[in-house]
Design a protein around this ligand. Sequence first.
Ligand code: GRF
Length: 205
Amino acid sequence: MEKLKNIAVFASGNGSNFQAIAEASIKGILKAELKLLVCDSPRAFVLSRAKKFKVQTFLINARDYPNKEDFEDEIIRNLKAEKIDLIVLAGFMRILSPYFIRQYENRIINIHPALLPSFKGAHAIKDAFDYGVKLTGVTVHFVDEKMDHGPIILQEALRVRDKDSLESLEEKIHKLEHKIYSQAINLFLSGRLRIRGRRVHKIIL
Ligand code: GRF
């Protein structure tokens, strides 16, 4: 049997996407081994989830390092030790430097709870809801040096109903995220994605 590729999830908070990825990996839906959680916040709930799923965790506090490069080097050392093939950002509340991104060029993906390029930033679901959009959704994209910007791998739209509240919309968005993130990871790991400028093509092998 072919060896599964190794992924690391980076998260800072709740970790519902981390959990969905861990569950998909156990069920064999995700064709990857979830090797490592990288977390930058000691109070994050994702830490309890990782414990429950027995996923190795690297907890790192930026304040323990004199500068961003040393902080990121320490993360990179851990990723290399675990031979990580793909970095999956899932609510990681920190901008990775161009230095870090170059080390894992086109091997870092992020999920965003809106249809990019609309509603970038940390409050996308609320911003879209307050704006009154009729359609919103979820985007999975490669990470480049600009925030919520890299080439798009997958997008799925969701209709906002008149009866939706912010809470019901959040719930629907998260459910959709949990479904499409594993799909995007599988696509990447199958080696079928080709980046052509801003476009990501799925080739047939
Ligand atoms: C998700 O909505 C994701 O799109 C965004 O951060 C949120 C993380 O949620 N980048 P969780 O921690 O996975 O529950």
